[in-house]
Design a binder for this molecule. Sequence first.
Ligand code: 6R9
Length: 667
Amino acid sequence: MQRLEVLARQLTAGAAVEDRTPLLATKNDYDTMYKRSIQDPEGFWGEMALGYHWDRKFPARGHMAANTDIRRGPVSIQFFAGGTTNMSYNCLDRWVAAGRGEQAALIWEGNDENERRTVSYRELLAEVNRLSNWLKSRGVKKGDAVTIYLPMVPELPAAMLACARVGAVHSVVFAGFSADSLAQRMVDCNAKVLLTATGVMRGTKPVLLKTIADDAVKLAAKAGQETSSVLCLEVANALAAADTPWNPVRDVWWHAAVPMQSAECEPTWLDSEDRSFLLYTSGSTGKPKGVVHCVGGYMVGVGVSCRYLYDMRPGDVVFTTADCGWITGHSYLAYGPLLCGCSSVIMGGIPTHPDGGRAWRMVERYKVRQFYTAPTLLRSLLQLGDAWPRQSDLSSLRVLASAGEPMNEHAWHWFHEVVGSSRCPVVDTWWQTETGNAMLIPLPCKWFQAKAGSAGVPFFGVCPVVLDPTTGNEICTTEAEGVLALRGVWPGMMRTLHGDHERFESAYFAPYKGYYFTGDGCRRDADGHYWITGRVDDVINVSGHRIGTAEVESALTEHPDCAEAAVIGVDHALKGQAIYAFVTLRGHVQTSDAMRKLLMDHVRKSIGPFAVPEVIHWAPGLPKTRSGKIMRRVLRKIASGEEKELGDISTLAEPGVVDMLIKLRGK
Ligand code: 6R9
């Protein structure tokens, strides 16, 4: 009996992954399409966009315009101008009309493995319509911002799609952010409506989201931003509805308000260049930046990348482990798979709960074809041993994707050999919140020779250049090392930073005139493959979460006992990078472990748990240049115990500080 079950499982697994015609079968296919995308972007993307529904077609010529050279005037980008469309229509109605209404759109598992839900395309469309009607009933109109602070439940992508349907601009805030961070983001985009939940279980820990949301609403009000409606979803097991703090004037229960709405809602047809969503991300200085994406370009960029880079086709089951609070969740969990007619798997809990086999059992259960994760998760899963993936039938897998941070060779080989049984390409893609979709990619094609740790070759329309960081000149030899910049434009590119076009230009287009500056260093090898060497600015990547050193520093210095702080990133075996803070206390304050804890708690409250420094190194003074600039290069060497390689410190205002800091390491 048992053997028969195994056999049946193998047969169905086989049926789900029948061989298919490859999209880029030969190198020549890729070269031809790539070349055309660079030589005639307007024609190329115009044709690609015809794979989507447009209520009003854009003209074949004249729909694209761009300037990325600040010497020639303001930076501006447009694609498919003159056309109108709607992303929720392309994600949902189109597939229901094509007879896929009963197919799963979302497959969800909660923190507890027995909590499972499947939402078909027809059901998701109805839920999105009801939610759209609720948003309208609350006065939400095209262009209005809506903040979404939800855990990973099917209602999160549904909320994003409902905003897309009515033309509201969603701002999803990762449910690990604190009340301060949530408030800051609500104030920045002027959001009057907040969608949240009672709470969520993370492993064995409940997180009370509604309480955090209430605090954020209060903080926003103090900053002059009134929240008119808070829609709250009851999430079982976290907190009973009866125990949830409630303001009857402002708060609305999801289960009371949404089901009574009509399940029909005409999509609002939006101009291609209308705003689609905002997503806040960290930069090297100042507050988080509200990256703005627009409807048509983002849709086409993400949809086409899913098709060509991850081979997503209708009916495929895609499992992306990212949270919708980050760009990978937007592009490759929510929008991308649905634009391709796939079933998207959502994991509500953490992948190592209750044990290291959780993610692999889900792959087996749902016959996942594309598994998309981040190196940080791979590192923690591989630590738990090979037995876990080997216990599950992973034969449905065809594409193993990753993004977010550099993948070390060890993790790459484990992914390829243990998870993929050496049959599946490892697609380690480089991209950013700002780029909208994957940009550099080891193509998942038989002919492509992927190299462990390399981000591969450019996607259509992407023109990477390696710049000499000191002269700013392009290094034109095939083999090159320097700063990664991009020439030209692509549809999924951000259009501006919310409320600050000047910062958009100065952060991305001023450092190297004529190019988009990525903030990453890179190397191009003799075969033209790119290797990302990490950020060259003051951005740290902790477990794939981007954090600006300036944000952590300002959280620390907000504490009344902290006089000054300097934050750097140090290598960390699991997280990739960890936050290391040098802190100078005010004169009268004594250093102690209790003080350390106070400062850590303060950062947790101010930004969120993931931004808490791993190490606080007491610093009676900081190494500064005579003009007052902190020399982080010196701090990095001190933190990693490489003081013999400090280099030139003759420009330091007080060289004695260095010895003091070395003595205080580990104290
Ligand atoms: C998608 C995403 C962007 C930054 C980026 C770079 C790093 C992303 C990478 C990678 C090496 C890869 N990064 N993918 N580094 N190899 N395959 O993560 O967006 O959160 O905006 O982060 O992440 O440093 O500049 P985002």
